[in-house]
Write a protein that binds this ligand. Structure first.
Ligand code: ADP
Ligand code: MG
Length: 323
């Protein structure tokens, strides 16, 4: 089982940022209002995620580390209407198979909490422990038993930028959740969690950038889109300022990113890219998130129609501003 988990880990856990993503998504699925992410050495030494969510019942803690043990979907039908961020039940067993994990949790109403320690996929201990509010998971020595993986990691600075990037996007797609990200004790992000997406944007990209963002929205029979786009003068040299969300799930999609750029027509300088936060709402039946284990790629029905809606919506909004 450990070998199967390590193989799955190859797909789910590429680098420290992938661990951060999975753990934060679990905290979000547990309805946390406050999520703290602490890393040491960009997560290579340690990653700790603390949440104030629902927690895990004592009897379910070991199960949570078994493959395809998800508490989130119960039928085949659900697979096409996924509302939670996780649903494949692969993350915890994958992570635990290639690192040293200590998880402390307590479920509301329980009399004691649970602390489980798993190393390289093997349970070291599983004991009742002090009651706590929510879940704290600490992942140390990532890839200690898969040296090939370890070898392919980039510099600490690059790994840290990946961690930052994923936390930024998760925070942006959940502005009602208060996030803190720290590396080696230094705070890299702190959001208010008051539901104001522009404030979250400001916490990430700075007040000056936030002041150059304008709201827009667009809608047709199948899709509802809203968000913020930057004045054409506020640009950067890559596409990383463009964030796409479908039903609250952060996604990557080349064509939709292109649609955002098309909305600027000829207003952008060559080689420059705008900032944009695009929230897309659609019937989950129009969207297949079960394409890849990391769930960042999705397949959207009627995608050309959505691209058109986004491009035209942005174009119309920028035209109003007489820019
Ligand atoms: P998935 O998220 O796909 O269900 P995971 O392997 O990420 O699978 O997690 C397995 C299970 O462990 C989840 O379904 C959930 O029941 C539980 N779990 C994991 N992390 C948390 C958390 N932070 N708070 C509450 N429950 C959690
Ligand atoms: Mg998960």
């Amino acid at each position: 089982a450990v070998l199967a988990d390590q193989i799955a880990a190859g797909e789910v856990v590429e680098r420290p940022a992938s661990v951060v993503k999975e753990l934060v998504e679990n905290a979000l699925d547990a309805k946390a209002a406050q999520i703290t992410i602490e890393t040491k050495e960009a997560g290579l030494e340690m990653i700790r995620v603390t949440d104030d969510g629902e927690g895990i019942e004592a009897d379910d803690v070991e199960t949570a580390f078994k493959r395809h043990a998800t508490s989130k979907i119960t039928s085949r039908e659900d697979l096409f209407r996924v509302a939670t961020l996780g649903f494949r039940g692969e993350a915890l067993p994958s992570i635990a198979s290639v690192s040293d994990v200590v998880l402390m949790t307590a479920h509301a109403g329980d009399e004691t909490g649970t602390t489980i320690h798993i190393k390289g996929g093997k349970i070291v201990s599983n004991d009742a422990s002090q009651l706590r509010n929510g879940t704290q998971i600490t992942v140390s020595d990532l890839f200690f038993n898969t040296p090939a993986r370890l070898k392919y990691l980039s510099s600490l600075a690059t790994e840290l930028s990946h961690v930052s990037d994923i936390v930024n996007r998760l925070a942006l797609s959940h502005s009602d959740v208060a996030f803190v990200l720290k590396n080696n004790g230094k705070t890299l992000l702190k959001t208010a969690g008051n539901g104001n997406q522009k404030q979250t944007f400001s916490a990430i990209y700075g007040v000056k950038s936030a002041a150059k963002m304008i709201y827009f929205n667009a809608k047709d029979l199948d899709f509802e889109v809203d968000g913020m786009v930057s004045y054409p003068e506020l640009t950067r040299s890559n596409r990383n300022g463009i964030s796409l969300m479908i039903n609250g799930r952060y996604i990557r999609n080349f064509k939709l990113t292109k649609a955002v750029l098309n909305g600027y027509g000829s207003k952008l300088m060559v080689g420059r890219f705008p900032y944009a936060v695009i929230n897309i709402r659609l019937d989950p039946l129009l969207c297949d998130v079960n394409v890849h284990p990391t769930k960042q790629e999705v397949r959207i029905s009627k995608e050309p129609q959505l691209e058109k809606l986004i491009s035209e919506g942005i174009f119309a909004r920028l035209s109003q501003e007489n820019l």
